[in-house]
Ligand binder design. Sequence first.
Ligand code: KIV
Length: 285
Amino acid sequence: MRLTVRDIQKMKTAGERIAMLTAYDATSAYLAEAAGAPMLLVGDSLGMVVQGHQSTIPVTLEHVIYHSAIVTRVTQRSLIVGDMPFMTYKTSVEQAMDNAARLMQEAGVQAVKLEGGEYIAPTIHQLVQAGIPVMAHIGLTPQSVNQFGGFRVQGKDRDTARHLLDDAQAIQEAGAFAVVLELVPTQLAHEITERLHIPTIGIGAGPQCSGEVQVFHDLLGLYPSFGPRHSKTYADAGKLIRDALTQYVDEVKANTFPAPENSSTMSEQVLADVLANGAADRASD
Ligand code: KIV
């Protein structure tokens, strides 16, 4: 049985911390679910860690539908959240409704995530009224990286801190079931978590959120060009894989792989018969 948004909310009420991971394909989804993550995010971070872009902006709805369909296909228990890419929900409420519906119907996600605060609250409200669970995302919202001028901590000064408090409140009132707080100072994230009854899921927002979300590739050292400070390399799987593949290439070059135990043989008699018949056939041509 899959977990529901209500189960996730009960975790906050029960004081149980929520460990969320991104997943983009069958391998990452199997591993993240097997690790016990109650929620998986098919994040538009796939634009960076899977597609090799510098930001999430080139990601399209079709990309997220494609990856989300894989993740929902191979998981049973985790709640799957599909990220709504850049400009797929901000043009109009109708656009947001149509695209969120596609993510649910074509990819089978149980909830969608979208970036933005107070100004996007009316859209969140409409989606929730239509039966689409919404996870909000405030603080550093990567789709606005060009507006922010980089991946910077948000809410350090009075104005932006006040805005974030208002954003969090508006999102909750609109009906979001949870909110991601990305790159928000620890004290502010704590204050938001205290004020809201919905869970806050931090990333670079300190230890006092209701839970945490991290990018699969960052935790495993699989993204070579960038290691964000807010993450931690739990295993340098990137190095492990590189070393293993280098060994493979060396062994093929040295002709020590494949070895007899990686190969199969046939009866010498059968081979002799085939070759003899082949010779006879050619002679009669
Ligand atoms: O796209 C993503 O992976 C995200 C998380 C980092 C929150 O939005």
